[in-house]
Design a protein around this ligand. Structure first.
Ligand code: PEP
Length: 251
């Protein structure tokens, strides 16, 4: 059975103190709740260890937003998958469209990052999704197919079984525009069919596919009601504990 997940992506927001306050608040609101999904918070690197020790990690799982494409050594400013793992983090968001667009992360670089994350027992949340022009040209299916083939379809079925996919149409990220529930379902079903073609029906049925892009307390329920939408990757709305909790409650 695949897992439902609501994962927050704080991006480059919150000082250490602010981040700890947000994580503690979320921990408090979830203390008496029994969410019907796994809850993940994706924090900046500097918050990882503190957040992992401040929250109940059986309820709030911690994610990094990136890791290096190298094992270790003379790569000033980089943070390796092993370092991320040593903080208590369990997940790592990889392939976010902002990393692809602003930091030149190619299919090959992401392939290395995914491999290193898995080798260090981190679960990648691998993001895919098309640009506005690509959607307008009806190229979304070929874009997500190429992104999967370029960075994760080299994995064995066992390795692939450890990753979570996040479909994030770039035109919906931080814009207030959201894919309609029908658009999300259509492409999630297509992504699942690609996984089935490559790894078989069982692996495909067990793959968690999240939707990301202006998901908020007002639209989460409708999006998550689709059979192939297994939760969300949440940017802006993960920065307020009440909004994030309301999205968790959409399950
Ligand atoms: C994201 O950055 O992954 C995201 C989905 O952002 P937002 O929810 O703000 O659109």
């Amino acid at each position: 059975m695949r897992k439902n997940i609501v994962a927050g992506n704080w991006k480059m927001n919150k000082t250490l103190q602010e981040g700890l306050a947000l994580a503690t608040e979320l921990n408090d609101v979830l203390a008496s709740a029994t969410p019907n999904c796994e809850v993940v918070v994706g924090t900046p690197f500097i918050h990882l260890a503190s957040v992992a020790s401040a929250v109940d990690t059986s309820k709030i799982h911690v994610a990094a937003q990136n890791c290096a494409d190298k094992v270790s050594g003379a790569y000033t400013g980089e943070v390796s998958a092993a370092m991320v793992k040593s903080t208590g983090a369990e997940y790592v968001i990889l392939g976010h469209s902002e990393r692809r667009a602003y930091y030149g992360e190619t299919y090959e670089i992401l392939k290395e990052k995914v491999q290193l994350a898995l080798a260090n027992n981190l679960k990648p949340i691998f993001c895919i999704g098309e640009l506005k022009e690509e959607r307008e040209a009806n190229k979304q299916n070929e874009v997500v197919k190429a992104q999967l083939e370029g960075s994760v379809f080299n994995l064995s079925a066992e390795e692939f079984g450890k990753i979570v996919l996040a479909y994030e149409p770039v035109w919906a990220i931080g814009t207030g525009l959201t894919a309609t529930p029908a658009q999300a379902q259509e492409i999630h079903a297509y992504i699942r069919s690609l996984v089935a073609e490559k790894y078989g029906k069982e692996v495909a049925e067990n793959t968690t596919i999240l939707y990301g892009g202006s998901c908020n307390p007002g639209n989460a329920k409708e999006l998550f009601a689709n059979p192939d939408v297994d939760g969300g990757l949440i940017g802006g709305a993960s920065l307020k504990a009440a909004d994030f909790k309301a999205i968790i409650d959409a399950f």
